[in-house]
Ligand binder design. Sequence first.
Ligand SMILES: [Zn+2]
Length: 425
Amino acid sequence: MLSIKVWRRVLDLDARTVIEGVGFDEDSEVVMVRVRRRRPMKQRCGRCGVRAPGYDQGAGRRRWRALDAGTVQVWLEADSPRVNCAEHGVVVAQVPWARHDAGHTRAFDDTVAWLVTQASKTATAELLRVAWRTVGSIIARVVADIDGQVDRLAGLRRIGIDEISYKRGHRYLTVVVDHDTGRLVWAAPGRDAATLDGFFERLGHERCAQIRQVSADAADWITRSVASHCPNAEQAADPFHIVKWASEALDEVRRHAWNAARQAHQLPRDRRARQNRQHRAHPIKRARYALWKNPENLTVRQAAQLDWIARTQPELHRAYLLKEGLRFVFKLGGQAGKDALDRWISWARRCRIPAFVVLQRRIVRHRQAIEVALDTGLSQGLIESTNTKIRLLTRLAFGFKNPQALIALAMLALGGYRPDLPGRP
Ligand SMILES: [Zn+2]
């Protein structure tokens, strides 16, 4: 067996831990490392770390999974006595190598927390040989640990509020991002005023009063909750959401065009003729991404699809121009943006495309919040980085059932604080 000194380095154990012995357990085929605290007489509470008198021997010997050594698993084994904490009562004493109530060492936890933001959940679980459920409880523990050390809500001035759907759109999280740091600062299950009220209550009166600007998707419940908690905040419509409304309207027009092209005639019996007909409708279907994308990002092929639409589908093309026109309003910003918005509204009012006439009314209803966005506008860079994060979050949310695990993962990935990989400062 390697010397104790080498094992200390391999396991990243500091001077507070004594290695009593190392052996290979033939039955379970793992390396078992017997350890103890350096000063067993001076115990600390596992929850708060304050010194506390010993209580009893607890459940006796206990094991913690450590990082693998090469291809074999390594476990630590130690006594786990209990102490009587003045505040927390009888609890298991603190150990230097693991978080409270953990079945894995600190180094193992931190590795999981790092990996889970970099790789798929399958890759994380298989590489580290843990169940996905275990990964969930590890990241919850790591995030709780970080939350105990940092104040995510400090210094908030400009925030963005959004809702994220998960579980195939059946469940929602309300999320709050800091526009100045780009960090996700808060998330909770639900999407209603009561949920958001929870955030402002946590923030407290004083800090609520320091919020200057709130961007959101113009949902009424957000508007209401912000108005009642943040007396000094201007509410701005989030340009990203407004442009998204236009993209949705455009998609409606595209679907109409596609259905009309399909149903223009009964499908002919002849197979070849039928294929021809379907072939003719296809470009509309395929042009979906060309219509969605910003023109400056179009591929040559998508530009050609757009060109084809301009020639053969005048209404769809006008809808496309309306969507781009609205995007341009936000690109201009300021007074120029407001002037452009005026022109856009009168254009959309007369466009005779039902989806855009409806959108035009919606825009007029939210005009004030849109003008705030144009006037005091958050820079496009901030909006973009926030929305990139929101999109990433939506991707993370896929496949998650438990909101707490999802929130913990989101906080790790987007909250700005993450443990270092052990041994790599
Ligand atoms: Zn305590």
